[in-house]
Design a protein around this ligand. Structure first.
Ligand code: FAD
Ligand code: FES
Length: 510
């Protein structure tokens, strides 16, 4: 396959190519409910589903359409093996916390398995093993350390020196009884159940603010409507409302790239693999709609801090060619997720001053289990129950003091991007822009975002991010304008795609 043909393909995930058979109204009136869940990805949909099971009057809103953001663009591995998390938690917080993290992930996996089984959800569910593997001896040392943490925590796992499928590397840590599935089929099914139960769901309904008045929580939408509820759940990936929780200083946004490549049915599909390199590769297999695919991904980087997103895809193709001798890309897509300072998600009250505003974020690309876990913990919280996991995941756990080094690193990085963006020279001039091309140009002496569509229509914007004022960079593979500070992204018409920004970009005159 030629490299060009990869980019000729429309950017869509294998999952979203199976259309979502749902359409929901836009909120056009004032509403009230017991709990309003904001954001319809795995976190929001599962939360709404569990709340409706409990007989709670729940409503679900989404700024775009459900499942189309990270949850529709994930790899969808369900495993407790989240990179090298156990040795890290062990070092930072000790045995009890590390063991609790493991038990929380097991709990989340059980919830999904039970839902799939009880509701007979047709979602290509498959039992499989997971493995983190090392490409060289240096990386293997860290895997051995993780294995030692497993032994201390009594987590079942096996250190192996042979890698499956002829993968280049020196060994790995393998865990049994994990699973994967088709996330859009799984979540669409839960949405259908919510519809059957007459749960109110609104799409194209963006929440832009939250205020509190006595016992009431008021969610304000972009359309100017108010949703009055007792509790609000922010399940928007990056929290759109900060409430003085300083999430912008405690979360980092990372983007990564995925591809689905058709492959022969040779039965070698019961593996979920991830490497432990500085730029990890992730792999899983799926047979869906009668075709076998290898899903392969990697080239992760901080949002807006990669010189060429196209190169990110090309590096993955090289890896697929070398290791699997395949390169016939059927689907390519990318997505982003957010990392907390200590690698543990923030799940619970937004801050100690906002007990009625709950949040779930910071899943570190492990939100299939962590999003489900959030649904479990937040619904328990809403039911007035305390769980043994609450303290570990509590957003106001005071992790800053244990993670001071990380705080400095993240905030220096933001400061550097803020400074750099204002002064770095632009690369593209307006005259150089062909059709369907974009870039950051200097226009009337000002740094400007520019894109010319396929028919030659020109779009020009102020390239300053509407969140906290960093300068955007052009993403040549997604044709978007991405913010290197906290991960907001804008489409070629200047509309917000994702991240903490709420306002579109300011249009510049030609
Ligand atoms: C490349 C990649 C691969 C991954 N692979 C795996 C994996 O194999 N296993 C795993 O466990 N995890 C994986 N993850 C992580 C996982 O996919 C995510 O953590 C998870 O999907 C996040 O789900 P969510 O519901 O919290 O957010 P999302 O799915 O992003 O949903 C948030 C929703 O909120 C809506 N929204 C945003 N702002 C507003 C607003 N202001 N008002 C109303 N609605 C709003 C959005 O439109 C969106 O629909 C991966 C992540 C990436 C990036
Ligand atoms: S996302 Fe925060 S400044 Fe752009």
């Amino acid at each position: 396959m030629s490299i060009e043909s990869v980019f000729e393909k429309e950017k869509i995930s294998l999952w979203l190519n199976d259309d979502i058979p749902h359409d929901f109204p836009i909120l056009s009136q004032e509403e009230s409910c017991g709990v309003c869940v904001i954001g319809a990805g795995i976190t929001g949909i599962t939360t709404a589903y569990l709340l409706s099971n409990m007989g709670i009057d729940v409503m679900l809103i989404d700024s775009h359409t459900p499942i189309r953001l990270t949850s529709g663009n994930t790899t969808a591995k369900f495993t407790f093996q989240h990179g090298l998390i156990y040795s890290k938690i062990l070092k930072k917080y000790g045995t009890e916390s590390a063991r609790l993290y493991y038990e929380a992930e097991i709990q989340a996996m059980k919830i999904v398995e039970k839902l799939v089984k009880d509701l007979e959800i047709p979602c290509d569910f498959k039992n499989t093993y997971a493995m983190i593997y090392a490409e060289n001896e240096e990386d293997f040392k860290e895997i051995r350390e993780e294995y030692e943490a497993y032994q201390k925590l009594e987590i079942p796992g096996e250190l192996v020196r042979e890698l499956p499928l002829g993968l280049a590397g020196v060994g790995g840590l393998r865990v049994e009884n994990q699973f994967d599935l088709h996330p859009v089929k799984y979540l669409s099914f839960l949405l259908e159940k919510l519809k059957e139960r007459k749960v109110r769901i609104y799409q194209q309904t963006k929440a832009v603010d939250i205020t509190e008045s006595g016992e009431s929580t008021l969610i304000i939408t972009e359309g100017g409507h108010t949703i009055q509820c007792q509790k609000a759940v922010i399940a928007t990936g990056y929290p759109f409302f900060d409430g003085n929780g300083f999430y912008f200083a405690r979360l980092a946004a990372y983007r990564a790239y995925l591809m689905a490549i058709p492959r022969p049915s040779d039965g070698n599909t019961d593996a979920m693999l991830i490497s432990n390199s500085s730029s990890p590769h992730t792999m899983r297999f799926i047979r869906t709609n009668g075709i076998d695919y290898l899903i392969i991904g990697g080239s992760g980087h901080k949002v807006g801090q990669e010189s060429s997103a196209m190169d990110s895809y090309l590096k993955i193709i090289d890896f697929a060619r070398e290791n699997f001798h395949v390169d016939d890309v059927a689907f390519r897509w990318s997505a982003q997720d957010y990392e907390s300072l200590d690698g543990i998600p923030y799940i619970g009250a937004l801050t100690s001053k906002h007990p009625n505003i709950l949040v779930a974020t910071g899943f570190r690309k492990w939100g299939m289990t962590n999003g489900t876990l959030s649904a479990y913990l937040l619904t328990q919280n809403i039911a007035g129950k305390i769980t043994r996991f609450d303290e570990l995941f509590k957003p106001s756990r005071g992790e800053v003091k244990e993670s001071l080094g990380q705080v400095m690193k993240e905030n220096l990085n933001v400061a550097k991007e803020l400074f750099k963006g204002k002064f770095t020279p632009t690369h593209t001039s307006l005259e150089e822009l062909g059709n369907d091309e974009g870039g950051i140009i200097r226009h009337h002496g000002k740094r400007t975002g520019a894109y010319r569509d396929k028919k030659g229509k020109l779009f020009l914007f102020d390239s300053t991010c509407t969140h906290l004022g960093c300068e955007l960079e052009y993403n040549n593979a997604e044709k978007s304008f991405d913010c290197p500070c906290h991960g907001s992204r804008f489409d070629h018409e200047g509309q917000v795609i994702e991240g903490p920004a709420l306002k579109e970009l300011k249009v510049t005159e030609e």
